[in-house]
Design a protein around this ligand. Sequence first.
Ligand code: ADP
Length: 403
Amino acid sequence: MKVLVVNCGSSSVKYSLFDMEKEQKIAWGLVECIGLEEAFYKRQTITVPQVKTSCKVANHFEAVQIIIKDLLDEKTGSIKDIKEIAVVGHRVVHGGYKFSKPVLVNEQVKKDLKECYSIAPLHTPHHYAGIEAVEKMLPGIPSVLVFDTAFHQTMPDYAYRYAIPSEYYEQDHVRRYGMHGTSHKYVTQKAAAMLNIPVDKVNLITCHLGNGSSITAIKNGKVIDTSMGFTPLAGLVMGTRCGDIDPAVIVHILAKYPKMTSDELNNLLNKQSGVAAVSGIAGGDMREVEDAMLAGNKKAELAFNMLCYSGKKYLCAYYGILNGIDGIVFTAGIGENSPLTREKMCEGLDNLGIKIDKALNEPRSSKERFISAADSKIKVMVIPTNEELMIARESVEVLNENK
Ligand code: ADP
């Protein structure tokens, strides 16, 4: 059985084709810089190394068409007949108040998805275009939507509500939703297996640290709180996002600069803030920030310290509300690859039973592993995330439920 996973991002479309018998990725790639002169297509298969070609692509609908056409190419494609694809899984960033679990696409689901446009305007229209392109190119093949927000739907009301007048919740659906749910779910399942604890009994803190970062408190395998909020802007200091700030700062900025538009303000907080703003390193790429810090750049050091400190505060808060944990998981670009960040976030927590072993933390590896010291009460793990595989698994599950 083959499953195609499509991930329509803000300016790119990524895809992976899985053979689910072995849960093996057999073809993958992306169309990047959609709508720009420099747009390109990168493709790779299990037997053919990466090929990069430039392409003309105006929008996400066209990008998905390019990908599917290529997968079906007589000479170089990985699929001979569209019927080989059992289901297409679409990553959807925000399920809003309409979706709390993965769903099979039908006309009502598409209508409901359109209602989520205003909550995630940079992504949802592209997801919609992706669904329509699949419907055109792969007629009769079912599509499933897998939401980044779904895993967080088990949060209690006192964790997801904001203390602002109720009408903003009731009419405008303003509440904490949380993001990166597919990744947090994947590493929760992996960690439970590594710890030899049934998933519905495992208590964890999962740290997804990438350009965007979020930390989640997992009780008995379910989310009880998470650091991102109504949007991915909340929580930790991130690459270019400010994370938690006093909301009055925004009111103050708007009062002082009344000509600033909501788009400009959004851009300021999402694209011009975070590690990038503090370090002065464009994009806030953690590798560059660490290199600069190690070379003595004080601004880079401050940015690094701020990111780690904001993460450590969530780690300790969630340790408290969970009343003890079995393990801590680090995942995503920074979580998987930066020993310095992991060390700094866990520094000085030996009183809580959290101790990293430097010799286990340092080596680079693409395998899941323990990095806690032998006498650490809490196990600390690095687990490479695999959101695409999780989407493929969930798509098959939904397909089977609907048979
Ligand atoms: P996203 O999916 O949110 O765009 P990723 O999960 O790919 O982001 O993470 C990207 C981040 O991971 C970047 O800040 C990058 O610098 C960081 N990263 C990747 N490799 C390393 C490394 N070896 N050391 C430190 N940071 C790294």
